[in-house]
Design a protein. Structure first.
Lengths: 327, 424
């Protein structure tokens, strides 16, 4: 099985879907000739031409709006936000139109759009190039938010998102693009949206997280294993709506739960995960639910020392895991 | 002289690794700060890596065309001078952390965590009948963890909670011989500021007697309301003169003891004792009265109470109470009681459930006399009311006889007037 990078899995999934279905097209800033600032759409312009790989003006509300309109008329647009930070001008289109049109039209209309956006910090990107924006959209029924951690999940879930008949936000960790590599089958496979995935089986503590933090957790789990501490790692993969069943099962398995997000702590995705566990697992808990997250500060700092302080990293994850294991 | 490590720098956003395309230096070369030492290729750019130090190249850690993650060491440089500030700063941080850790451990109390159980631990212990007091915790500060219990269950060596059913199956005749078992539950752990009082002497005897009685005698309980208005009027009218003549108080309690003694004469079943395979009905009517000091409770006995006048009983109550308080009471003055009357009203109680003075058959609590609205002949009247509470050993007595006995005491009290009740 070929080993490819996270970003190559993105490109592969888009290419295969565009080959399979002529309604699928790409739009976004610099996605065409340049192939995207991160090269996520590299080669697509040459293969499919300017009508299916469209460079747009620097206006995110237009990218979302055009995509939503095209989707409602039967197309399968993949809209790229150059950075997740820039999705904010398009929030009205996404929440008020895309998320609600099926409900509002009594099922007459739908909006099968995928909006891709690179998110996350640790790349020295400071305020406008480091944010995690998933929590903004994570209480909007009608939307789905997918945040995969591995190249295998990227390909299977991006294909599922493109084929989904409702709007899907697909957030890719920009640091994972070239850092994370993994085996990805050549064949056409689809993974279910809304299903979490156990990335490592363990008995002593449970870690529930998503995105790049999954890898931090797996690295730390490897270290703890040599000290006889066995860690169960659940990758949420879809952060909205959450896979409650898998969360409850994973939490009840060990009774000690560490929740990790790179986002700032209060009101984050893991706050909701924590609520689900509190509602369902009281009598299985052996320790207070523990959260590891970014500090509640307005922005990712630019200074490297401060960025390091802000970011979740394998050392912080390991420390939290040990603390929980010892409790 | 120190060795510094040159690391792969981050050459742009989203760049996580770089490939050394060409080394511009070799070991032994002298480089100055900011001088280019290698050419590096990344996904985005080709760049030269400047040296961060002035010194001599010691070792190249990567070959040309080798790809290294950002932060990995690419070469080492020998630098003039002593330890760097950075490494010293790190050391300081480390020692600081160590000290803090030690203080924390000293400050925390182990016993608190030991007695605090997580929901998971409680659930598992209940499902498996595990006595948590006997489990050694391996968690933080000795906390018992879920895993500790799972390991115990797996080992099959489960410390069980002592079940009460063992004692129930013992033959009834053994009750008298069998000492009440001290419970398996370990003592509560005191924490800072608590005062520990050793259980000795009288307190120990009280504890043993109470436990024995409550443990062996199945207690049943009933209460009657008594209108003591006549008694209150009568006693109020003579108490001053009595005090002047006799030199001690004429308390209500003396009237109650008298009424009880008289009723016991009429209901000898109440004046009896449990003796394992038989019930002994006592001929003598000896009334135990409870006298409390600050620290303990004594039950001196008014012997042959049925043969004494109210004045005689009042005097004996005064004398016995005095002896208890001065610590001069003798043990024979506290023996041979056949029935106990407890003056709970003296400390304001209006209802209580006494524990029987073992092996007697019953105990009567005389509660406070309080003014209450009462309906008499369809009209509301203010009356002096008192509750009499009786605890009985249901092995010896049943509700019917006790009800009759209480009704008789009530009748006597309610009709205590100067015309039919002599003090002397």
């Amino acid at each position: 099985m070929p080993v490819i990078s996270y970003i190559d899995a993105v490109t592969t999934a888009i290419r295969e879907e565009m080959e399979r279905d002529s309604r699928v097209f790409v739009l976004g800033e610099d996605v065409g000739k340049k192939g995207g600032v991160f090269k996520a759409t590299n080669g697509l312009y040459d293969q499919f031409g300017e009508e299916r790989v469209i460079d747009t003006p620097l206006a995110e509300s237009a990218i979302a709006g055009v995509g939503i309109g095209a989707a409602m008329y039967g197309m399968r647009p993949i809209a790229e936000m150059q950075f997740a930070d820039f999705i904010l001008p398009a929030v009205n289109q996404i929440i008020s139109e895309a998320a609600k049109i099926r409900y509002r039209s009594n099922n007459d209309w739908d909006c099968p759009i995928v909006i891709r956006a690179p998110y996350g910090g640790g790349v020295h990107g400071a305020l406008y190039h480091s944010q995690s924006v998933e929590a903004i959209f994570a209480n909007q029924p009608g939307l789905k938010i997918v945040m995969p951690s591995t190249p295998y999940d990227v390909k299977g879930l991006l294909k599922a998102a493109i084929r989904d008949n409702d709007p899907v936000l697909f957030f890719e960790h920009k640091r994972a693009y070239r850092l994370i590599k993994g085996e990805v089958p050549d064949d056409d496979y689809v993974l279910p949206i809304g299903k979490a995935d156990v990335k490592r089986q363990g008995e002593d503590i449970t870690v529930i997280t998503y995105g790049l933090c999954v890898h931090f957790a797996l690295q730390a789990a490897e270290k703890l294993a040599s000290d006889g501490i066995s860690v169960h790692v659940l990758d949420l993969r879809t952060v909205y709506p959450l896979d409650k069943e898998a969360i409850i099962e994973a939490a009840a398995k060990t009774g000690k739960v560490l929740l990790i997000t790179e986002d700032t702590k209060e009101g984050s995705i893991i706050s909701e995960v924590s609520a689900i566990i509190a509602e369902n697992c009281l009598f299985d808990l052996d320790a207070p639910i523990m959260r590891l997250a970014g500090p509640d500060t307005p922005a990712m700092p630019y200074a490297p020392t401060m960025e390091k302080y802000f970011m979740v990293n394998p050392d912080k994850v390991e420390k939290a895991m040990r603390e929980l294991a010892e409790y | 002289m120190t060795i510094e490590q040159m690391k792969m720098p981050q050459l742009g956003e989203s760049v996580t690794e770089g490939t050394i395309s060409k080394w511009l230096v070799k070991p032994g070369d002298t480089v100055s700060k900011y001088e280019a030492i290698a050419e590096v290729m990344t996904d985005k750019v080709n760049a030269e890596i400047p040296s961060s130090f002035t010194g001599v190249i010691k070792e190249l850690k990567a070959a040309e065309d080798e790809t290294l993650a950002v932060g990995e060491v690419i070469c080492s440089i020998e630098v003039e001078g002593s330890e760097t500030d950075e490494s010293r700063a790190n050391e300081n941080i480390h020692s600081g952390v160590k000290n803090e850790g030690i203080t924390q451990v000293v400050a925390t109390d182990v016993s608190i965590s030991k007695a605090r159980y997580s929901p998971a631990v409680l659930k598992i212990s209940q499902e498996n009948g595990i006595d948590l007091q006997q489990v050694k915790g391996t968690g933080k500060e000795g906390r018992i963890t879920r895993k500790d219990l799972l390991k115990l269950i797996e080992s099959g060596n489960i410390p069980k909670v002592k079940s009460a059913s063992n004692q129930v199956t013992a033959p009834a005749a053994d009750f008298m011989q069998e000492q009440p078992k001290t419970t398996q539950v370990k003592a509560v752990q005191p924490i800072a500021g608590d005062i520990e009082i050793p259980v000795t002497g009288v307190r120990k005897a009280i504890a043993a007697n109470m436990q024995k009685s409550k443990h062996e005698a199945p207690h049943a309980w009933m209460m009657v309301e008594v209108d003591a208005t006549n008694l209150v009027r009568y006693r109020d009218s003579i108490k001053q003169k009595f005090k002047q003549t006799e030199g001690y108080n004429l308390t209500y309690f003396a009237f109650f003891v008298k009424a009880v003694a008289q009723s016991l004469k009429e209901f000898p079943e109440i004046n009896s004792m449990w003796a394992g395979d038989k019930i002994i009905q006592k001929k003598d009517i000896n009334i135990s009265i409870a006298v409390a000091t600050d620290k303990a409770l004594f039950v001196p006995v008014i012997k042959h109470a049925d043969e004494k006048t109210i004045k005689g009983i009042a005097r004996e109550i005064t004398e016995l109470a005095q002896k208890v308080r001065t610590g001069t009471i003798k043990s024979d003055e506290m023996q041979d009681g056949t029935f106990t009357v407890n003056n709970t009203g003296s400390f304001g109680s209006i209802q209580s459930m006494g524990i029987i003075n073992y092996p007697q058959a019953a105990i009567l609590q005389v509660e406070s006399i309080v003014k209450r609205p009462v309906i008499i002949d369809g009209m509301i009247a203010v009356r002096d009311m008192v509750n009499l509470c009786l605890s009985m050993d249901h092995r010896i007595l049943d509700g019917l006889v006790c009800g009759k006995f209480l009704a008789r005491v009530k009748e006597i009290i309610e009709t205590m007037t100067p015309e039919n009740t002599q003090i002397y």
